[in-house]
Design a protein around this ligand. Structure first.
Ligand code: ARG
Length: 284
């Protein structure tokens, strides 16, 4: 009799727990308030690592430092669509996903590649830009690196926690990987001869060459950029589907209206752009 009661009691508790789990969607967010929250705050807060021209970089405008670039323009369009202000949190790339998970930012726009590993912890928008990986070298070494084996024993840099870091680990087995949390530091190290090469995506590497044609060049060595790491997407917290839907609409519109300028990626002058003229290249 007593045993039976205990059994019933345990069963009862088990079903209450099961019901609770079902109601709460197994610990996942049950309702998506992502858009409403942004509207209530009257602010869209985005995280970015502003070391990545032409996607995000600092400029001085009317004597004041501000962050601009393609990603910022997309973010501004999302904020406009929601009728809120845009706030930019500038953080080193390796901490951007935790910023998102810890609710410090609503979205991450940072030339972030949509990868399967990241997709486990964040939700991504549709892709908005396609890239290839290349190696930036000093101009004097332009003809020195023609095949992977030429990087053997060399110091090759990549920003920490990026797809470029993985590329060096997987494709340049004989090279010594050098990582920094900020891309611009690596570019300076390359310029000063502290590292021999810097793996970057083509839009970023080309921008360095255009800014400093006497200093940098793209090496001939061919790197493989698999389909799984070839496109940039906007990241949101897991479950924030409504916010992603708004971002996707903005991306659709940009790709329809402004494909030409967006594709051209004309040179922008990081740090030195000081007037509207310099910024015109960013208008799509
Ligand atoms: N696309 C690469 C990745 O997602 C590098 C992105 C670096 N972005 C930046 N703003 N520094 O891993």
């Amino acid at each position: 009799m007593k045993k039976n009661m205990i059994k019933k009691f345990t069963l009862g508790i088990a079903s209450v727990c099961a019901l609770g789990l079902i109601l709460c969607g197994c610990g996942k967010k049950s309702s998506d308030n992502s858009v409403q929250e942004v509207k209530d705050n009257k602010t869209l807060t985005i995280g970015t690592s502003a070391d990545f021209a032409p996607f995000e970089f600092p400029i001085v405008k009317n004597g004041k430092k501000e962050i601009t670039g393609y990603d910022i323009m997309i973010a501004q369009k999302v904020a406009d669509k929601l009728g809120v202000k845009l706030k930019i949190v500038n953080t080193e790339f390796p901490s951007l996903i935790s910023e998102l998970k810890n609710d410090k930012v609503d979205l991450v726009l940072s030339g972030m590649t949509k990868t399967a590993k990241r997709e486990k912890v964040v939700d991504f928008s549709k892709p908005y830009y396609t890239v290839e990986n290349v190696m930036l070298v000093q101009k004097k070494d332009a003809d020195k690196y023609n095949k992977i084996s030429d990087t053997k024993g060399k110091q090759i840099g990549a920003q920490q926690s990026t797809t470029q870091e993985d590329i060096i680990k997987k494709q340049m087995k004989g090279a010594n990987l050098v990582t920094e949390s900020v891309t611009t530091s690596l570019a300076t190290e390359l310029k000063n001869g502290k590292i021999d090469g810097l793996v970057l995506e083509n839009a970023i590497a080309n921008n360095y060459v255009k800014q400093n044609p006497g200093k940098y060049a793209i090496a001939k060595v061919k790197l493989t950029t698999g389909k799984d790491i070839e496109s940039y997407s906007v990241a949101a917290k897991k479950g924030d589907k409504k916010l992603i839907k708004v971002v996707n609409k903005v991306i659709d519109k940009i790709q329809k209206d402004g494909t030409k300028c967006f594709k051209m990626l004309r040179t922008c002058k990081p740090s030195t752009a000081s007037n509207e003229e310099d910024l015109r290249c960013l208008t799509f």
